[in-house]
Ligand binder design. Structure first.
Ligand code: MF3
Ligand code: CO
Ligand code: CO
Length: 259
C-alpha cells in the first residue's frame, strides 16, 4: 500500500527533511583529509540528537552506526569506522536519515575530499544530474518508470552504469515504504505518481560495471571491479504543480537545469 500524506503529515515530513538537510550542511566543513568516517558519524549523531531527533540507521536491522559513509568504490551502506581516514582525492557519500516526530527524512550527497581526479569528478557531477533529471519527471500522472528511464539514459550516455540492486523508496512513518523507485526503467511504466506521495530518488552510478559485491560485514556494498561509485539522494513530495524537494531549500528546488 502506498500512503498518501495528509497536510498535517506533510508538515511533519517537512520538519524531519529540513533536519536531514541541515545535518548534511553541518557535516560538510568537517570533511577533509585526516578525518575518520567514525568522527563524521559522531558529529552527525550529536547534531541529530541535539535537535530532538533520532538517527534512523542506528540499529535499523542491526546497522551499528548513525549514518552511512560510503568511500570511493563503496556503493552504499558503508559503516563508519576509525580505520577509514579520508585522504586527498577521495569521494565520500554521507547518507543521513532523521526520525523526528515519528517521520523519517532521507538525503545523501557525495563530497569531494581535496583535489579529485577529473574523471571521478565528472562521475559525481553526472550522478547529481541523474538525480535531478529523475526528480524533474515527478508530477501527478507521471509514472515511477519515468524516473529510471531518464536516469539510465543520462548515465549510459556517459558510459556509466546504474546499480539495480538498491533503489529509492516511499518514506514517512516508515524508513522504507512502498513504492520501490528503481533507477532504470521504461517511460510510462510502473506505479502512477499521485499528489501526496513522498518518496526518495537516490541513483547509484558506477564508473565501471554495474555489478556489486556485499562485504562480510553484511552491509557494505562495493563495486565488483573496485572502480568508484557515486550517489545523491533527496526526499520528494508530489504536489499539484509537480513536486517539492523536501530535503533542499525551496529556492534551490527550482534552479537546476541539465547542462
Ligand atoms: N539511508 C539509506 C537509504 O537511502 C538506507 C540505509 S539503511 C542502513 O535508503 F541501515 F544502512 F542505514
Ligand atoms: Co533512501
Ligand atoms: Co538514504
Amino acid at each position: 500500500m502506498i500512503s498518501i500524506k495528509s497536510s498535517r503529515e506533510i508538515e511533519l515530513m517537512r520538519k524531519t527533511c529540513e533536519l536531514a538537510k541541515s545535518t548534511l550542511e553541518y557535516i560538510e566543513s568537517y570533511i577533509k583529509p585526516g578525518v575518520s568516517t567514525e568522527e563524521l558519524n559522531q558529529l552527525c549523531h550529536e547534531y541529530i540528537i541535539k535537535h530532538d531527533a533520532y538517527p534512523s540507521p542506528l540499529n535499523y536491522h542491526g546497522f551499528p552506526k548513525s549514518v552511512c559513509t560510503s568511500l570511493n568504490e563503496v556503493i552504499c551502506h558503508g559503516i563508519p569506522n576509525n580505520k577509514d581516514i579520508l585522504k586527498d582525492g577521495d569521494i565520500l557519500n554521507i547518507d543521513v536519515t532523521t526520525y523526528l516526530n515519528k517521520f523519517h527524512g532521507d538525503t545523501n550527497k557525495t563530497f569531494f575530499v581535496g583535489e579529485v581526479d577529473p574523471e571521478i569528478k565528472k562521475l559525481v557531477d553526472v550522478t547529481y544530474d541523474c538525480m535531478r533529471a529523475g526528480i524533474n519527471t515527478v508530477r501527478p500522472g507521471s509514472h515511477i518508470g519515468d524516473i529510471g528511464a531518464i536516469i539510465q539514459e543520462i548515465a549510459h550516455g556517459h558510459g556509466y552504469s546504474v546499480v539495480e540492486e538498491y533503489c529509492g523508496h516511499g518514506i514517512g512513518r516508515e524508513f522504507h515504504e512502498e513504492p520501490q523507485v528503481v533507477h532504470v526503467g521504461k517511460k510510462g511504466t510502473g506505479v502512477e505518481v499521485k499528489k501526496g506521495m513522498t518518496f526518495t530518488i537516490e541513483p547509484m552510478i558506477n564508473l565501471g560495471s554495474r555489478h556489486c559485491k556485499l562485504l562480510k560485514d553484511n552491509w557494505t556494498v562495493i563495486t565488483k571491479d573496485k572502480k568508484p561509485s557515486a550517489q545523491f539522494e533527496h526526499t520528494i513530495l508530489v504536489t499539484d504543480e509537480g513536486h517539492e524537494i523536501l530535503t533542499l531549500r525551496k529556492e534551490e528546488s527550482k534552479e537546476w537545469k541539465l547542462s
